[in-house]
Design a protein around this ligand. Structure first.
Ligand code: SAM
Ligand code: SF4
Ligand code: F3S
Length: 458
């Protein structure tokens, strides 16, 4: 930490000596955990004297915070880096920095070194706090600053430039131990490390005191929270501790792995006053054979029991999920199992992905006889079913009053605002900008695909 602070001071002295405040452009790819890292990277850059810009043309530092979860995520980054080369040739003083999950793969790091030699700084994942050190090296003349170790540090007390003034992401743990056979995350993010509960509680308390209305607790599998801590603390207990903090706010969290989402978690979610009525429980597949090959360590039957437990106590509870289509050798019968599970659970929303082969994972060497065309065709059927279910599900809100946290103005319909209900339902209603960032009550008059609409009420 001392090192970080010293380096911040050195870079700050350098930026202060420039005739104009330098501007930084930061782009984050990938998940909400990466976005939370991105906010820390921006916080550090500001602390080091940079202003922020949305334009790569105006920037004197460009930073890409990358994602490796699927091949297309990586392709996007390589494409972007290719298009930035021109700027670097025009302005050799431009600092180009790549960090995040992609850099933690040796093959990618090698590709960066060979094919993108104009990148100045390559920084591994979990290493936001090292950015000042790398910039320090760079301004002191080191042509190529390179550190791709998967850091095991937990970044505490790192300056954070939050994107929103009312919604905040708070990582509770880093890394993943699950090694689902398709997934690169454990390789690029390292083993599970939990933050101390006191640090989390302090951060949440201070956010609530500063007017934040929604806190999203983040981890690759929040249900593993606390297993590595000396003190006796697990995720349901952490939720109950946070819930005791006074104030008008919602708590959400993601992701929850079904293998250890037991009654203690469900009860905490149902009983805590500040917990949103929504659970994201990624199921990945509705076939036991596929779940086993994925190393998910639960069955369809157990997943359905968890859903039944929560729905029995709260029939209206909102569930969302992640699904992978076209896992190696997924048969039509396996895929039918997924559609069947969707019909039984009736998710309000889902994130579905066509399986993407990740070098280094176990699934990458599994035999796969399904063609890309079959995978796309299955994805089409899955999306059509989900649309049908969501349209029917959304009708349950018509005539009811939903408490909504207003996000902003509708991009499609001027004069309309959008926000999310406790169930995480997208709600559109007429209102004024003064309501942005506030809780409002909306009487729902119509339901559509993917959203509901209504009018403000008391
Ligand atoms: N830790 C979370 C969990 O287990 O639910 C998921 C985190 S992962 C970043 C988000 C989602 O990406 C996963 O739930 C999975 O559906 C999807 N995913 C991960 N690896 C994938 C791959 N190789 N191909 C396609 N989708 C993948
Ligand atoms: Fe990937 Fe599985 Fe870990 Fe989620 S739990 S990050 S899918 S390995
Ligand atoms: Fe991508 Fe890394 Fe998140 S691989 S999904 S940015 S943890």
């Amino acid at each position: 930490m001392k090192e970080m602070e010293n380096c911040i001071r050195t870079v700050r002295a350098w930026t202060d000596s420039l005739p104009q405040k330098p501007l930084a452009y930061v782009h984050t790819f990938g998940c909400q955990l990466n976005a939370a890292d991105g906010e820390k990277l921006c916080g550090l850059l500001q602390e080091m004297g940079y202003g922020m810009t949305d334009s790569t043309q105006q920037a004197s530092l460009i930073l890409y915070n990358t994602c490796a979860v699927r091949e297309n995520a990586e392709d996007r980054v390589f494409g972007t880096l290719g298009s930035i080369k021109k700027l670097k040739l025009e302005n050799p003083a431009l600092v180009l920095c790549v960090t995040g999950c992609m850099t933690a793969q040796p093959t990618v790091a090698e590709k960066l070194r060979k094919s993108y030699p104009y990148v100045d700084i390559v920084l591994g994942s979990n290493a936001v706090q090292k950015l000042p050190e790398m910039l320090c090296d760079h301004i002191q003349g080191k042509r190529f600053a390179w550190d791709i170790d998967v850091s095991t540090d937990i970044p505490e007390n790192v300056p954070t430039a939050r994107e929103s003034t009312f919604k905040a992401a708070v990582p509770v743990m880093y890394g993943c131990n699950n090694f689902c056979t398709y997934c690169i995350v454990p390789y690029v993010r390292g083993r599970e490390r939990s933050r101390k509960p006191e640090a989390i509680l302090e951060e949440v308390r201070s956010l609530i005191d500063s007017g934040y209305k929604e806190i999203m607790l983040l981890g690759q599998n929040v249900n593993s929270y606390g297993k590595d801590l000396e003190q006796n603390m697990d995720f349901p207990s952490l939720l109950r501790e946070i819930d005791k903090l006074p104030g008008d706010y919602w708590i959400r969290f993601m992701s929850s792995h079904p293998k250890d989402a037991g009654p203690a978690l469900m009860d905490a979610v149902l009983e805590c006053e500040h917990l949103a009525k929504h659970l994201h429980l990624p199921v990945q597949s509705g076939s036991n054979a596929v779940l086993q090959r994925m190393n998910r360590r639960y069955t369809v039957e157990r997943y359905l029991e968890q859903v039944a437990y929560i729905r029995e106590k709260c029939p209206d509870f909102s569930l969302t999920t992640d699904l992978i289509v076209g896992f190696p050798d997924e048969s039509e019968a396996d895929f039918q199992g997924t559609l069947e599970l969707m019909r039984k659970v009736r998710f309000d929303n889902m994130y579905s992905f066509i399986y993407s082969k990740r070098t280094g994972t176990k699934a990458a060497v599994m035999p796969d006889s399904i063609t890309d065309a079959e995978k796309s065709e299955r994805m089409g059927r899955l999306l059509a079913l989900q649309r049908e279910i969501a349209v029917e599900n959304n009708r349950r809100f018509v005539g009811r009053v939903l408490r909504v946290l207003t996000d902003g103005e509708s991009k499609k319909r001027p004069g309309m605002l959008t926000g999310r209900s406790s169930e995480n339902m997208l709600v559109e209603f007429p209102g004024t900008s003064a309501q942005i960032g506030q809780f409002v009550n909306v009487k729902i008059t119509d339901s559509h695909s993917g959203m509901v609409s209504g009018v403000l009420t008391d």
